[in-house]
Design a protein. Structure first.
Length: 239
């Protein structure tokens, strides 16, 4: 699905607002939702309010994530997770180009997965480049694993994913480990760089030298520095 017009409209809203906007604020303004937050900040007075009215059912989070991947939007404030446009986004508004949602989701996404059922539902759930998970997948765990793969592909913070799924981070790590055991290894360094730090990860890597990395060894050598979730994340990316 080509989402270039939706991204252009998001950039227009942010430009007119003149400040970074949370995802909820941006979606509410785009779709013309008169939420309490919108009214308190007088966003409903913007000329662009409701510029994408009628698109309430679209997955705007996926659209925002795709725009971030393309370098058109960026996170302005990590604490409040507000979004703003980039210099490339400003150029994109004037001269848009096609941007496909789910672009690049091809057979490479399934390489190495040993579970034919998981591969089948991942392929079968694709529709116009977007996974129609709820309609295609009945198994709750398989559905969550597919959502997790999508979230990591869009570099969504794993704690944000956990919150959206009403689970804790330990359960997300459980799913990561289950997928790895099933032949699907995922790159989560974007998240460990944020919550642990690239230099800190490198320090742990160097301390292991040529030794095999496992959770028991990490607990013994780094248990007084990192908590259990951080140790599990380190074990995942270093093993």
């Amino acid at each position: 699905m080509n989402i270039q017009n939706r991204i252009v409209k998001a950039i227009i809203v942010i430009q007119e607002a003149g400040i970074g906007l949370t995802r909820n604020q941006l979606q509410d303004i785009l779709t013309g939702k008169e939420s309490e937050d919108v009214q308190n900040n007088e966003f409903d007075q913007l000329d662009s309010f409701g510029i994408a009215e009628g698109s309430e059912d679209e997955d705007w989070n996926a659209i925002f994530d795709r725009a971030i991947e393309e370098g058109l939007l960026k996170i302005k404030n990590q604490k409040h997770r507000t979004l703003t446009y980039t210099p490339d986004g400003k150029k994109f508004r004037k001269k848009p180009r096609p941007v496909m949602l789910g672009e690049g989701a091809d057979d490479e996404d399934y390489n190495g997965i040993d579970d034919p059922d998981l591969v089948s539902v991942m392929r079968g759930a694709m529709k116009d480049g977007v996974m129609s998970i709820d309609q295609k997948v009945r198994n709750p765990r398989t559905k969550r694993q597919i959502k997790l793969i999508q979230a990591i592909d869009r570099k969504i913070a794993l704690d944000d994913f956990a919150q959206n799924e009403n689970i804790d981070l330990d359960e997300v790590i459980d799913e990561l480990e289950a997928l790895r055991n099933n032949g699907k290894n995922l790159d989560i360094t974007y998240f460990t760089d944020e919550v642990i730090g690239p230099d800190e990860v490198q320090e742990v890597r160097e301390s292991l030298a040529e030794q095999e990395c496992n959770i028991q060894k990490l607990r013994k050598e780094w248990g007084d520095v990192y908590n259990e979730q951080e140790l599990r994340l380190l074990a995942y990316i270093l093993s």
